[in-house]
Design a protein around this ligand. Structure first.
Ligand code: NAP
Length: 380
């Protein structure tokens, strides 16, 4: 029996994780859950899974939850600090990090320090502070199990192989909601950009997919997770989302990991790791796949992907700045305060204004994050 904490249990990844746990009560038990403000859904999750602790980071929403919740046996903690308290509680076997954005960074570091195995969906954690997170994980002998389908598939392909044997990794991208849209993208509305052709996901990652920033963040994530040079990480558009990644070895052989595009597959993998799950999800039917297509991404039309490579090559605090500028711009776009075309513009301008701190410590990263929030905010 594994005791599991899910940070961001009311989100798309969080709910998918709980749906696997629901099917396997003999294998998994929920020890803790968290949400920002979705208290109605959180209340239902508490009634069903009886966690020992829940954290609500939005304190106003948390006060409302406290007034009406009948779950007396569940400890309720309010505020961001609660996430850090929750992940280090004794008896927890696995912490699923499924928040959005930089909010996941400090709880992830706390969980690593408490020597909990991490299942990581929140790519922004590695984008902002990849070298700190990975070196802390190494120091504390903590495994980081990637949930992102591309990284999960690379992780699987690399089992039994050495880093030095890898020549290249190729991340596949569905192309996002705008892949078939012709002409100018600058006035695309949030409702159109959110309509992902393959995956049903939270709003922020859906917009990141439409700008291809999601793939850029994944390039940075892959660099830190697997220790691969940026020049050896490539991106290819693969509309069918069946091949989740390719790993090419020094002798020219390539391992591809294929699966239906369903987040329950990588989630089930990390929950069961190091065992393999006995899945009853639909099988990939090869006779129904008429083609698997691959094409190069259009860096001119989707410059965010290029900016992510630039930030990774600059290194230091620049990826954290890229990340926060993107978070600020995406939020403003979702609130219809800026048009679609200004997302890359704001990121580029914020990056151009930044003086990089090389080999940053955590304080430097957090300072760069705050700096980027302010600068990008002023550019809105
Ligand atoms: N969805 C996918 O299929 C997918 C695939 C690969 C990777 N990822 C990554 O996984 C992460 C989560 O994605 P998602 O699609 O599940 O997002 P989502 O549906 O928007 O859910 C986000 C979760 O985090 C909580 N949250 C949001 N902002 C927070 C904050 N500032 N502090 C604390 N909690 C906060 C939300 O609570 P409320 O509900 O109360 O707002 C919710 O529980 C992202 O980093 C994404 O890039 C997602």
């Amino acid at each position: 029996m594994k005791n599991i904490v899910i940070l961001g249990s009311t989100g798309s990844i969080g709910q998918n994780t709980l749906s696997i746990i629901r099917q396997e009560p003999e294998n998994f038990q929920v020890a803790g859950l968290s949400a920002k403000s979705s208290i109605n859904l959180l209340e239902k999750q508490v009634e069903e899974f009886h966690p020992e602790t829940v954290v609500i980071t939005d304190e106003e929403a948390g006060e409302k939850f406290l007034l009406r919740s009948a779950a007396e046996k569940t400890e309720v903690i309010l505020g961001n600090e609660g996430l850090r308290q929750l992940v280090k509680k004794p008896g927890i076997d696995l912490v699923v990090i499924a928040l959005v954005g930089i909010a996941g960074l400090l709880p992830t570091l706390e969980a690593i320090e408490a020597r909990k195995t991490i299942a990581l969906a929140t790519k922004e954690v590695l984008v902002s502070a990849g070298s700190i997170v990975m070196s802390q994980a190494k120091k504390n002998k903590v495994e980081i199990l990637p949930i992102d389908s591309e990284h999960n598939s690379i992780f699987q392909a690399l089992r039994g192989h050495q880093e030095a044997e890898i020549r290249r990794i190729i991340l596949t991208a569905s192309g996002g909601s705008l892949r078939e849209v012709k002409g100018d993208l600058s006035d695309i509305k949030p409702s159109v950009a959110l309509r992902h052709p393959v995956w049903k996901m939270g709003k922020k990652i859906s917009i990141d997919s439409s700008t291809l920033m999601n793939k850029g963040l994944e390039v940075i994530e892959a660099h830190y997770l697997f220790g691969i040079a940026p020049s050896s990480i490539e991106v290819v558009i693969h509309k069918e989302s069946i091949a989740h990644s390719f790993v090419e070895f020094s002798d020219g052989f390539i391992l591809a990991t294929l699966a239906l595009p369903n987040m329950k597959l990588p989630l089930s993998y990390v929950l069961h790791y190091p065992e393999r799950a006995k899945s009853n999800l639909p099988k990939l039917n090869f006779s129904k796949i008429t083609k698997l297509s691959f094409e190069n991404p259009d860096f001119g039309r989707f410059p965010c992907l290029k900016y992510a490579y630039n930030a990774l090559n600059k290194g230091g605090t620049m990826p954290a700045v890229l990340n926060r500028a993107n978070e600020v711009a995406v939020e403003a776009f979702l609130k219809e305060r800026i048009n679609f075309g200004r997302i890359p513009e704001i990121i580029k301008k914020t990056m151009n204004l930044h003086q990089v701190t090389e080999e940053p410590n955590l304080e430097d990263i957090l300072a760069a994050d705050r700096w980027a929030e302010e600068k990008a905010g002023k550019l809105i």
